[in-house]
Structures are given as structure tokens and as C-alpha cells.
Design a protein around this ligand. Structure first.
Ligand code: SAM
Ligand code: SF4
Length: 462
């Protein structure tokens, strides 16, 4: 790169990205930063100093969508106070709204969807240099998926998208509408990325997909997530391999066996069931019943008894009776989930259940949600207590936000662990002895030599 182009690149400005929603969105935001870096935008954490503000949106529930417009209202003031500043909106709400977003928020400069991330630099240049509003939303991903540059927010743990979209049509879910049909990346492309990450010192990779357990069925030759885990397991510097989010119907033995046999594959399965009642599951069009889910759990626990199993649950689905709701509560007790993401049903556009007449009142949904959350916490607490007195391997994420004196990190089973130690341990794997447990996290103390060294260092400081 010549000095002139480098200088030119540096002058484009600063970009601030706010991300709502799932890990897929977080990963997309890292690609947006990579793409914009190529045209000279550097990342800032300070909204007020941004020349380009990007909101990467989530449409999964109405609340998340409302948040988009309340953020945009606040950003408008920042835009007015900074000459030439641009507002861009991407992600699932933008994909769905397209032009309508500009009608509702006319101060937005760029609207782009989930299928045309790669076009972001062109759209920004157009809006900036030609001073006009730009709306571009593709209905599908391009046939040949372009490789996107990336600026990762962590230097030890990386997201790697392996499959886009979802072929299911759960009657409550907007994802197939805004993310399109399943499309897997090739194992070769993915392994190139993993090899690069291993070379750059990354310790953890998380394979991402709305339905990651379906990975590879659409490729020729077809493959599966188990094979992908085995390939990634060959990169010795990568100590942890994870994947989210799975669907119970697609969790084949090939995947569970790979987790059992590949040393770096983490014993953690996030397998949403959504409801613990057969009639509700049928009406949700999940394609499995409660017994089928029980068998999935059995297959995991038979092979990997200590695996953590977590789920997503929706309460207050249209027509859900009190007894059907209680079946979900009973299932949480029975399966003894490590934790669950719970949500009150939210009617979404383009989904069949949004138009069903038997919608439940909001108060009823939230009362059920509160009750379920109490049970989920009790069960999680029980599950977490089994770690008491054990020593676990923790990948240190950094200082705890709540208490900067402490470090925080995760076990292989994705449990949050807080403990005392120096910030220099960030990004390393340490052994921690668990001394207490609550429903959401574990507390512990560094083990052995490390603890001795830490004590020595603290004493010599005094
Ligand atoms: N593919 C995953 C599966 O099959 O369960 C789920 C991915 S979805 C992005 C994440 C979670 O959002 C779902 O598991 C579900 O619990 C929740 N969700 C989706 N639509 C919802 C709705 N209309 N109301 C409430 N929660 C919803
Ligand atoms: Fe949505 Fe998951 Fe169902 Fe796909 S499988 S439609 S992402 S809940």
C-alpha cells in the first residue's frame, strides 16, 4: 500500500456499531467493521465521535424491534450535532422493513439487509458522496458467497459462521423470512478460516448457524457438523470448539460422537425445545414431540454424562392452556437443564401464529414467564452445585463487569466462573477450584502453582 492510499484510507472517518440480538448478528457486525476498514473507517466506541453509526438489528421479538426505533430517535440528535454523520441500519429489521424504514425514520441514510453485507462499503460511499438515501435489500444470499474481511472483537475467541438461514418454518418465527433458506459454507473455506485463527493465537472457535446442526446437508458431497468438528479438531492451538444453535431433529449421533471423541470439542449442547407439551409443539410445527427430545437428551447423556444441556423456551404461545404451560415447567424439572433462555411469545409479522385468534393476554404470558424463570433458576442452581469442590478449566475473558477486582471466564460447559486473579490472564486457560455456586454463575479460586505465583507477586508488591 502506498503512503498516499494509506493516508487516504485513514481519513474516511470513524464508525460506531451497535449490535442487537444473536451471535450471528455479532459476527455480522465484525464483518461490517472489516468491510468498512477497507474503505478507511476505523472503529470507535464513542457514538458522539462517529461519522458513521450502524445499528445491526434483531426482529425476533417485538420488543427488540421497538428498541431499534427508540435508538434511532436518540441517534438522530447525534447526527444533527455532527456535520456529515450518517446513520445506517442493517440486520433482520432492516431486511424486513426495507424502504418502510426510511418512511418511519427519514433521517436514516442507509438501509441494508442480511443478504448483502458485502455491499456495505459501496452503499456507504454512495450515501456519503452523493448525499442521498440508499436502500438495498436482497431477497437471497448471492449464489457464490463472498469471503468477507473481519475485525474480531476478541483476540482469543472467534465466531465462524458455517451455515446461513433456516429451512424450518416454526409457526412463531420470523428467522426463515429474514435470513432465507439454509446455505452451508464449504468445509475447505471454513478450515482455511480456522487455520488462520489457529495461526493468530485464537484458542476458541464457535461454529454459528440459526440451525447449525443441519450443517452440510445442502453441499455436494453432503457432510455434517460432526465431520466439521473433527476437521477443526486437528488444529492443535484451538483448544475449544463450540457450536450454536442446534435443532433437536438434526442432532445426529455423528455430532454427539464427534463432541465425545475430539478433545477440543466442548461438552455443551444448546438444543432448544421451545415447549414441553406435544400439542403446543405440533402447533409450533417443530417437527418433533417431547419424547423425541427426551431421546436426544438420552443419547447425549449416555455418551457424555457430564455434558451441559441448555434450551430456549417460549411461554404463552397462542392457545397454550395452563396445563400445557405446566408441562413445560415439568419438563424443565425432568431434564434438569443447565440453563434456559425464556421468552414470552411475541407475535411477529409474516408468521402464521401471529394471526391466530387465541392470543393470550400480556399479563398471563408474563405471569407464566415469571413462574417459569423461578423454576429454571432453581434447576440451574441445582445443576451448578455439582461443580462445588471440583477443579474446572476456565478460558479467561477478562475483568468482571460487576466487580473489576475479579476475573470472569467460562468452563468448557459454558458456565460463567468468577475468581480473583490478574488481568494478564485474559485469553488464557486456567484451572479454578469452585467454591460456591448460584443459578447464574460459579465462584472459585485459582489452583496450585498459579495461585502460589499470584500470592508471591502480591506479597512482593507490599
Ligand atoms: N433455530 C433455533 C431453534 O430451532 O430453536 C432458534 C433460533 S431463534 C433465532 C432464537 C430463539 O428465539 C428461539 O429459540 C425462540 O425461543 C425465540 N423466538 C423466536 N421467535 C419467537 C417469538 N415469536 N416469540 C418469542 N420468542 C421467539
Ligand atoms: Fe426459527 Fe429455529 Fe424454527 Fe428456524 S428452527 S424457524 S430459526 S425457531
Amino acid at each position: 500500500m502506498t503512503a498516499t492510499t494509506k493516508d487516504k484510507k485513514k481519513t474516511a472517518g470513524k464508525v460506531y456499531v451497535e449490535t442487537f440480538g444473536c451471535q450471528m448478528n455479532k459476527s455480522d457486525s465484525e464483518h461490517m467493521l472489516g468491510l468498512l476498514d477497507e474503505i478507511g473507517y476505523s472503529q470507535t466506541a464513542d457514538l458522539k465521535s462517529a461519522d458513521l453509526m450502524i445499528l445491526n438489528t434483531c426482529a425476533i421479538r417485538e420488543g427488540a424491534e421497538d428498541k431499534v426505533y427508540s435508538y434511532l430517535g436518540a441517534w438522530r440528535k447525534v447526527k444533527d450535532s455532527r456535520e456529515g454523520a450518517l446513520i445506517a441500519v442493517g440486520g433482520c429489521v432492516a431486511q424486513d422493513a426495507g424502504e418502510a424504514m426510511i418512511k418511519r425514520a427519514p433521517y436514516v441514510d442507509i438501509v441494508f439487509g442480511t443478504h448483502n453485507l458485502h455491499r456495505l462499503p459501496d452503499l456507504v460511499v454512495k450515501a456519503r458522496d452523493e448525499g442521498r438515501r440508499v436502500v438495498e435489500v436482497f431477497q437471497e444470499l448471492p449464489e457464490d458467497l463472498p469471503e468477507l474481511p473481519v475485525i474480531r472483537q476478541s483476540d482469543f475467541s472467534a465466531w465462524v459462521s458455517v451455515i446461513y438461514g433456516c429451512d424450518y418454518n416454526c409457526t412463531y418465527c420470523i428467522v426463515p423470512y429474514v435470513r432465507g433458506r439454509e446455505k452451508s459454507r464449504t468445509p475447505e473455506e471454513i478450515m482455511e478460516e480456522v487455520e488462520e485463527l489457529a495461526g493468530a493465537g485464537y484458542k476458541e472457535v464457535t461454529f454459528l448457524g440459526q440451525n447449525v446442526t443441519a450443517y452440510g446437508h445442502d453441499l455436494d458431497p453432503a457432510t455434517n457438523l460432526g465431520e466439521l468438528i473433527r476437521l477443526a479438531g486437528r488444529f492443535e492451538p484451538i483448544k475449544r470448539i463450540r457450536f450454536i444453535t442446534g435443532h433437536p431433529r438434526d442432532l445426529q449421533d455423528a455430532i454427539i460422537d464427534a463432541v465425545k471423541e475430539v478433545a477440543s470439542a466442548c461438552e455443551y449442547f444448546h438444543i432448544p425445545i421451545q415447549a414441553g407439551d406435544d400439542r403446543t409443539l405440533r402447533r409450533m410445527a417443530r417437527g418433533h414431540d417431547v419424547d423425541a427430545y427426551r431421546r436426544v437428551v438420552e443419547r447425549i447423556r449416555d455418551r457424555i454424562p457430564d455434558a451441559a444441556i441448555t434450551s430456549d423456551l417460549i411461554v404463552g404461545f397462542p392457545g397454550e392452556t395452563e396445563n400445557e404451560f405446566m408441562n413445560t415447567v415439568r419438563l424443565v424439572e425432568e431434564i434438569c437443564f443447565d440453563s434456559c433462555n425464556t421468552a414470552a411469545y411475541s407475535p411477529r409479522p409474516h408468521t402464521p401464529s401471529a394471526n391466530w385468534p387465541d392470543q393470550l393476554p400480556e399479563e398471563e404470558k408474563y405471569e407464566r414467564l415469571r413462574f417459569l424463570n423461578t423454576v429454571v433458576s432453581e434447576v440451574s442452581h441445582r445443576r451448578n452445585k455439582r461443580y462445588l469442590g471440583k477443579t474446572v478449566e476456565v478460558l479467561v475473558e477478562g475483568q468482571s463487569e460487576r466487580n473489576p477486582e475479579r476475573l470472569t471466564g467460562r468452563t468448557r460447559t459454558n458456565k460463567l466462573v468468577n475468581f480473583e486473579g490478574p488481568e494478564s490472564l485474559r485469553g488464557t486457560l486456567v484451572d479454578v477450584e469452585i467454591t460456591s455456586a448460584n443459578p447464574w454463575a460459579l465462584r472459585g479460586a485459582l489452583r496450585g502453582a498459579l495461585r502460589g505465583a499470584l500470592r508471591g507477586a502480591l506479597n512482593s508488591d507490599q
